[in-house]
Design a protein around this ligand. Structure first.
Ligand code: MTE
Length: 327
């Protein structure tokens, strides 16, 4: 897969992306492993899905969320795919790079600074965050702007829990998320594909929405480094790039904050970036998606749903807005 800078836009066209089934085959061939290993989809009933653990990392116990919309019954993406087909440009731009190189990320000690327009700013260490609210398992669809999607059982709690505790002032209209940028740990920072650190943002009501998740794990275990350990955001109705990984700072601000992807290509990546099958990316359609794990040669694409299927829960946040303009 080649990029970006020379083509004026950071994300490659979907046609340039090697489907996971293909690269997986390639990899297993190379490594001389049985294709079964990497390709085993981990399926079962919905109940079994939430409890089964891959057994790779430390357990992160959670109760199943009862929040409306927080648990889709769709088949889970295999852990092997969710943890090896990643976007985490701090570790390289190839889908396999994060799993390959994120081992160098030190996730402890870890702190998240909360600052800006709040009455109670402060620095939270990871252990405090892990205990701040009851851990919930949320099974969310995640749709990447590149045109693929996964179904992942995340573990975390609503970002609103943290926001309530720091007491935003009346001037807090937006929230900016700043993620780690440490050259010593992140080989991808040598590339200027994005301006580091990776920053993202939400409007205050989006950040307060109960579906907006601060995630510390997935599949019943702590977060794999390549998926954004030790703490990341997951905003299920927006394209995946809104969900910043390895967050170190949360800033409450009055003006709409800059985001890395907007800086890189404002005409392609807007601030809102809500999943919307009716608003195409300038270089490709957003009407359909490839579900990871269903991406064999003859697999049908799925129609992309408005707000990634979360319209009943979040549609009213955008009532009256021109979604073509505020893309
Ligand atoms: N966060 C950081 N810090 N750096 C990144 O490159 N990529 C984003 C998002 N968060 C990214 C990031 C993109 S483009 C997507 S699609 C999701 O992470 C991918 O999350 P996943 O690898 O867990 O599926």
């Amino acid at each position: 897969m080649h990029l970006l800078k020379d083509r004026g836009a950071p994300f490659p066209a979907p046609s340039e992306i090697t489907p996971p089934s293909v690269y997986r085959q390639r990899r297993t061939l190379l490594q001389g492993l049985g294709a079964a290993l990497a390709g085993t989809a981990w399926a079962g009933t919905a109940a079994a899905q939430t409890t089964a653990r891959p057994g790779k990392l430390a357990e992160l116990p959670a109760r199943r969320s009862t929040l409306p919309g927080a648990v889709t019954m769709e088949k889970l993406t295999a852990y092997a795919d969710a943890s090896t087909y990643n976007n985490f440009y701090e570790f390289g731009t190839d889908k396999a790079d994060p799993a390959r190189y994120a081992g160098s990320l030190r996730t402890r000690p870890w702190t998240v600074a909360v600052e800006g327009e709040v009455k109670k700013p402060g620095t939270f260490d990871l252990d405090t965050l892990l205990k701040l609210a009851p851990m919930e398992e949320r099974i969310y669809r995640l749709r990447c702007v590149e045109g693929w999607s996964m179904v992942i059982p995340w573990v975390g709690w609503s970002l609103a829990e943290l926001i309530k505790r720091v007491e935003p002032t009346g001037n807090a209209k937006f929230v900016q998320f700043v993620t780690l940028a440490d050259k010593a740990q992140m080989p991808g920072l040598r590339s200027s594909v994005l301006d580091w650190p990776y920053v993202e943002g939400l409007r205050m009501d989006e950040a307060m929405h109960p579906l907006t998740l601060l995630a510390f794990g997935m599949y019943g275990e702590v977060m794999p480094n390549q998926n954004g350990a030790p703490v990341r955001l997951v905003v299920p109705w927006k394209y995946g790039f809104k969900s910043g990984k390895s967050i170190v700072k949360i800033r409450f601000v009055e003006k709409q904050p800059k985001t890395s992807w907007e800086e890189a290509a404002a005409s392609e990546y807007g601030f809102y970036s809500n999943v919307n099958p009716k608003v195409d990316h300038p270089r490709w359609s957003q009407a359909t998606e490839r579900r990871i794990g269903e991406d064999g040669l003859f697999a049908k694409k799925r129609p992309t749903l408005m707000f990634n299927g979360y319209e009943p829960q979040v549609g009213q946040l955008y009532a009256g807005m021109d979604l073509k303009k505020f893309f």
